[in-house]
Design a protein around this ligand. Structure first.
Ligand code: NDP
Length: 247
């Protein structure tokens, strides 16, 4: 699966799932723009891993929830590199808590980063894709967005929203040869899941048919497939990469 010469932007590419996606897309020949919001050192580490393996990567820090920052960043990439061919909307945060105690600010932060951020990045990046008549947009949703999860009304709503965004965008952009798909991970070993205590982790694993958390590379593999020529006939779909947790 080659993506030689393509330009990719991965939001939240500094660590976790985003890092694995950056590494995988770079290994397929993409010049990868690694986005982060606060941890520049983590983004530099991702860049070093890619460069040491002979790949190409640049770093671009911006907040996906800030419309002006997103526009400036996408313009910069298009000026420097010529286009954005593959956009992976991966940046995401959690502000968990039961609905009765959830603050309005916790709702807003999660919706703004996880859902509005994807809309802003897709809108800015798709202009270049339309000109080229080729593009891949991949939104990282979550099992929480399809199955629901107590303590995550904000996160589930944002992740379900991403699936609606994916389907409507897929219909709007298909005539320009731009595919838009989602990947909905189950529980994946990252800093996000490390926040769960041991007992909760064991309880969750008992509910997963494959009886383990996934690896970041499992998600990167699904993204690679959707971005590649092998994935050319999929659009508006959600790949559920969750060990069978939700069917
Ligand atoms: P991490 O918490 O490990 O990493 C989050 C990434 O998002 C970091 O690179 C962070 O940048 C970036 N980020 C956060 N807020 C912003 C922002 N406003 N603008 C730009 N970048 C931002 O997350 P994971 O790797 O675990 O998750 C990645 C995606 O996968 C998320 O969308 C998450 O919801 C989803 N997901 C994860 C699951 C899991 O089990 N881990 C399960 C299902 C879905 P910085 O380093 O600068 O802070």
């Amino acid at each position: 699966m080659s993506l030689e010469g393509k330009i990719a932007l991965v939001t939240g590419g500094s660590r976790g799932i985003g890092r694995a996606i950056c590494i995988r897309l770079a290994s397929m020949g993409c010049l990868v723009y690694i986005n982060y919001v606060s941890r520049s050192a983590a983004a530099e580490e991702t860049q070093q891993i890619i460069q040491q393996a002979g790949g190409k990567a640049e770093i671009i820090g911006f907040d996906v929830a800030d419309g002006n920052a997103v526009q400036d960043a996408c313009k910069k990439i298009i000026t420097e590199a010529g286009s954005i061919d593959v956009l992976v909307n991966n940046a995401g945060i959690t502000r968990d808590g039961l609905m009765a105690r959830m603050k309005e600010s916790e709702w807003d932060e999660v919706i703004n980063t996880n859902l509005k951020g994807a809309f802003l990045c897709a809108k800015a990046a798709s202009r270049a894709m339309m000109k080229k008549k080729w593009g891949r947009i991949i939104n990282i949703s979550s099992v929480s967005g399809v199955a629901g999860n107590p303590g995550q009304v904000n996160y589930s709503a944002a992740k379900a929203g991403l699936i609606g965004l994916t389907k409507s965008m897929a219909r709007e952009y298909a005539s320009r040869n731009i595919t838009v798909n989602s990947v909905a991970p189950g529980y994946i070993e990252t800093e996000m899941t490390n926040l769960l205590d041991e007992k909760t982790q064991q309880q969750i694993k008992a509910e997963i048919p494959l009886a383990a958390f996934g690896r970041t590379e499992d998600i990167a593999g699904a993204v690679a497939y959707l971005a590649s020529e092998d994935g050319r006939y999929l659009t508006g779909q959600t790949l559920h990469v969750n060990g069978g947790m939700y069917m």
